[in-house]
Design a protein around this ligand. Sequence first.
Ligand code: OOG
Ligand code: MG
Length: 268
Amino acid sequence: MSGALNTTQVEAIAARLDDAARNANAVAQTTLETPFSLDEAYRIQRASMARRYLRGEQPVGIKLGFTSRAKMIQMGVHALIWGWLTDAMREEDGGHVALDRFIHPRAEPEVCFVTRRVIDRPLTALEAVDYLEAVAPAVEIIDSRYRDFKFTLEDVVADNCSSAGFVVGAFSRDFDALANTGVQLRIDGRPVETGSTAAILGHPLRALVQASQQLHAAGFSLPAGSLIFAGAATAAVALAPGMHVSAELGRLGRAEFATAAAQGVVSA
Ligand code: OOG
Ligand code: MG
């Protein structure tokens, strides 16, 4: 790996990725031109988030990536990563999602936690559940800012882990259902991806442990009431206009949305 990036380089890459997200315009993979380390990727991620916060976006939590084999295999990336979720990414459960703000969006089923205590240190598996207010089924909409959805580990971290949108279903305190519940992603009612919550690090509560470790290592604390997405248990599926998309998580319930119809289609 080449020498460390200076602040100007970090800011320039962050600006390029932030512009790509805002304009829904894909860019070339950053590391092809400028190789950088994983630590530097998180510096770029932080700088790109700072740009969003300056525009008034608010952080609402974090998401983990590549916590299941299915996701690692689909994307060819084999290490756990994390990024930020903001209020601007949230879409209404059961609502319509316009696709024009995305480049090449994909949907994946998620487990969403909401925390009830500040997380400011690494948690053990035993104490993790005490930090949770509730759990909900969710759909994440990921949208890489890189052409062809292709990236290295460092690229995707710099790009805030493809975070772009999400829908959260009804919350419950059914934490017992987390251990091994069937997960389906359905398009127009048809199951297109199936898995189990056990595919998420063996148990989704481990995602909370990992999140606390990652945050601590990065010097962040997460306020009570934050969302934590555990990472998809299945591969993601490309979105197109006029789809009904749902994540079905057995006893935990479902989260769903419809994508807006194709533009320029005039009905009689
Ligand atoms: C990166 C985001 C990964 C997950 O749940 O594993 C992720 C990507 O696949 O583009 O959100
Ligand atoms: Mg995800």
